[in-house]
Design a binder for this molecule. Structure first.
Ligand SMILES: Cc1cc2nc3c(=O)[nH]c(=O)nc-3n(C[C@H](O)[C@H](O)[C@H](O)COP(=O)(O)OP(=O)(O)OC[C@H]3O[C@@H](n4cnc5c(N)ncnc54)[C@H](O)[C@@H]3O)c2cc1C
Length: 391
């Protein structure tokens, strides 16, 4: 029997980050997860500047930075043409390494319980979590951070509503040049060459000494192209992006190919006493939009910095208190932006028709314009003053 103020169910990115923040703030917390070491999992594999800023703000940057590889320089390209080249702002990692790093930031005052939560009973005051090892955890508040797992929510009448089944599919693999030479870029974002490719983009980025690839496609799981990708990946990539080789050279896919569909869903019936849902447990994002970790960090930051301290300062944990988190304008804006971007990216990647073609070209030309200006600025900066045009 464990008695705490906050019981967190799920030690993935959301749960571990929350445990680290609450533990450091001196809140009596238990983190419940069946895995002492987070298992290998194909999830988010890179974050960028704004997400890093959040990690800095919540005080975890020093803990997670050693798990990440900086990309140094980003190339943006389409149709085999480099359209922009800028300083890198992406950091690659294996998901399990990032979660372990977040767990490393959890102070020893937080009780880690290596078990699965099998049942929850809630009330306006005290919540009880039953565990697979026969233990129970009693808490004033339960934070449900159990990701895609649907089991527990049913007991409480919390429903998951799928809003876009198989919204996108992420394909993950390692890539190297056939000639053994290094790639000429730190990382590369390569947009689909046509709507027929049914892809958003391919992103190549370093994780330690490996060039990792995440390819975001809009297809169904029985699409023959996915079969081809499993059995003859180099041909499948060439078929999808015939001009990619101009930038990467001839490439070879190394090791396993991971293919993961993502449904978009939201939650209903969650405004209940004693329990609050965060991260993927509340709503998923589209991996192509790359907003999942931003949602996780926003949820956790608002919950642990703004709401939990207030809730614990007074008696009870009724549904009205919990509702303050779901009504939080920062959380709501982040969720709304994530959902909007997921649909916009899909539409601009695969929709046909004049308006969408126009939008694609505007986006392409805008990026090329920014890239051209950046290139010009760095050329000018490299020239001595008297040699510059017009001086
Ligand atoms: C293929 C893919 C690529 C992605 N790429 C990106 C990207 O590029 N950028 C981005 O920002 N986001 C991306 N995302 C989204 C991002 O990975 C997720 O939003 C994020 O990992 C969610 O973290 P979480 O803590 O909510 O869930 P998870 O990390 O899944 O954690 C859930 C935890 O709950 C535990 N658990 C489950 N059931 C129980 C139980 N009954 N009792 C106790 N513990 C339990 C599990 O063991 C696990 O540790 C991607 C997702 C996928 C699938």
């Amino acid at each position: 029997m464990h008695q705490v103020d906050v019981a967190i169910i799920g030690g993935g990115l959301a749960g571990s980050t929350a445990a680290a923040m609450l533990g450091r703030a001196g809140v009596k917390t238990a983190l419940i997860d069946p895995h002492t070491v987070y298992p290998q999992d194909f999830r988010c594999e890179k974050i960028d500047g704004p997400q890093l800023d959040t990690l800095r703000r919540i005080g975890l940057i020093d803990d997670v930075m050693p798990a990440m590889t900086y990309d140094r320089q980003v190339w943006i390209a389409r149709l085999g043409r480099l359209i922009d080249r800028r300083r890198g702002d992406q950091y690659g990692f294996a998901y399990e390494t990032l979660v372990q790093a977040a767990r490393g930031a959890v102070p020893s005052t937080v009780t880690f319980v290596a078990a699965k939560a099998t049942a929850i009973s809630t009330s306006d005051d005290t919540q009880q979590v039953t565990l697979s090892n026969g233990d129970t955890v009693t808490a004033r508040l339960v934070v449900l951070a159990n990701g895609l797992n649907v089991g527990l929510r049913h007991q409480l009448g919390i429903e998951r509503v799928v809003t876009s089944p198989c919204h996108s599919i992420t394909v993950g693999f390692d890539l190297r040049r056939r000639d053994g030479q290094p790639f000429p870029f730190g990382s590369l974002t390569y947009y689909g060459e046509s709507t027929a490719a049914r892809m958003a983009y391919l992103t190549l980025f370093p994780i330690r000494d490996t060039m990792r690839a995440n390819l975001m496609v809009y297809r169904t799981m029985d699409d023959p192209w996915l079969r081809e990708m499993r059995h003859a990946p180099e041909q499948a990539l060439h078929q999808l992006m015939p001009n990619l080789r101009k930038l990467t050279g001839d490439v070879v896919v190394d090791g396993p190919i991971r293919i993961r569909p993502a449904d978009l869903y939201v939650t209903q019936g969650h405004r209940q006493a004693g329990i609050v849902l965060v991260g993927d447990a509340f709503a998923t994002s589209c991996p192509a939009a790359g907003t999942g970790t931003r949602k996780v960090f926003t949820d956790v930051e608002q919950l642990c910095n703004v709401h939990i301290p207030k809730w614990l300062a007074s008696n009870g944990m009724d549904a009205a208190k919990i509702g303050q988190f779901y009504d939080d304008p920062v959380k709501q804006a982040c969720d709304a932006a994530s959902s909007t971007f997921a649909y916009q990216l899909r539409a601009i990647s695969i929709e046909n028709g004049f308006v969408w073609h126009l939008r694609r070209w505007v986006r392409f030309l805008a990026r090329a314009g920014i890239g051209g200006l950046r290139e010009l600025r760095s050329l000018l900066a490299a020239q001595p003053l008297q040699q510059r045009p017009g001086v």
